[in-house]
Write a protein that binds this ligand. Structure first.
Ligand code: ATP
Ligand code: MG
Length: 309
């Protein structure tokens, strides 16, 4: 195969790499029905396509992943998506995932795949260089989304992401979503107006958002109750959702048990005291949200300590 031939998508990838390119890492999450559309922040995102880096940084449960997936659905550009997990802070695994994600959005040089098959760092450097060339020569704008970017800690992985960011052509973006900002040299880019920050301020729900969420969850509260709930949770989306579940399942004042679903890590971490059969038992929606709020401080708007190189 000629060096400049292209691999178009991860399905064409060699079997050796199939362990890294797990669907759970490369597929954006499904959006459940009834989500609040977050129109203002989505408009802001789609209107900022000329800003190369988007940093969606906020504590757990602020709706970062949800917003990223909503943005992907709304934006006309293709998205390459990587969800980081315990296994992706390995340089070979991460670079393979990044290459597979980029390949879902734009053609990637086939030589990148061949270099990724060789388990040594010179080959990885070649693969990264080839991937950067593919990114720089993208035939159409695209977005590379990296979710749970706080898991990026290995210096080689940070360099890989930084290299791809540095080679994005106009109209392409790197979107980083995570609980904390990875140690990338974003301060200089920020100073140049090349980072769009979306944080707690933009992600927290107002009373109108909360009313939409509650309505979609089948919970009917008065405007005053919605306002109180919004204030009580600090607009923390998962707190409002948990309160909606507690209201829906129970009667006013004493909520019925809320089942802990295996897919809802946030419930499990917010409510460690489970009753029989793994069910959590908030006594009321107010207790539900106050417990949750005490576990994760919702507001963190102090300036970030950027790593400047
Ligand atoms: N737009 C929304 N509409 C309705 N509910 C939402 C919305 N955004 C978030 N939520 C609620 O908050 C929960 C957490 O959202 P999400 O997983 O997007 O948060 P996160 O910030 O990515 O959290 P983590 O840091 O744990 O990955 C969702 O499961 C949902 O219940
Ligand atoms: Mg998330």
């Amino acid at each position: 195969m000629a060096r400049h031939s292209m691999a178009r998508h991860s399905g064409e990838w060699p079997r050796e790499q199939s362990e890294a390119v797990l669907p759970s890492r490369l597929a954006p999450p499904l959006l459940r029905p009834g989500l609040v559309p977050r129109a203002a922040v989505l408009r802001h995102l789609t209107a900022s396509a000329d800003i190369p880096v988007v940093a969606l940084i906020a504590p757990a449960g602020y709706g970062k992943t949800t917003l990223l997936a909503q943005w992907r659905r709304r934006d006309a550009r293709r998205f390459g998506w990587v969800s980081l997990d315990e296994g992706t802070d390995d340089p070979a695994v991460l670079l393979t995932c990044l290459a597979a994600a980029v390949a879902r959005a734009v053609p990637v040089e086939a030589a990148v795949l061949r270099d990724l098959e060789v388990p040594d760092s010179p080959a990885r450097r070649r693969a990264l260089a080839g991937l950067a060339v593919s990114v720089a020569s993208a035939p159409h704008p695209f977005v590379l989304a990296i979710d749970d970017c706080h898991r990026l800690t290995d210096p080689e992985n940070l360099r890989s992401v930084e290299t791809l960011a540095a080679n994005l052509p106009p109209g392409c973006q790197l979107a980083l979503a995570g609980r904390t900002e990875p140690t990338l040299p974003l301060a200089r880019l920020r100073a140049e107006g090349r980072v769009l920050d979306v944080g707690v301020t933009e992600l927290r729900m107002n009373a109108l958002n909360a009313a939409d969420l509650l309505r979609a969850a089948g919970v009917d509260l008065t405007p005053r109750q919605v306002a109180d709930l919004t204030a009580h949770t600090g607009g923390w989306p998962v707190g409002i959702y948990l309160a909606a579940l507690a209201h829906r399942k129970g009667s006013p004042g004493r909520a019925a048990p809320v089942p802990v679903r295996g897919d809802d890590r946030l419930m499990a971490c917010s409510f460690p005291h489970r009753g029989r059969e793994g069910r959590i038992v908030p006594t009321s929606a107010a207790e539900c949200t106050s417990r949750a709020r005490n576990r994760v401080r919702p507001v963190s708007t102090s300036p970030r300590s950027d790593h400047v190189r």
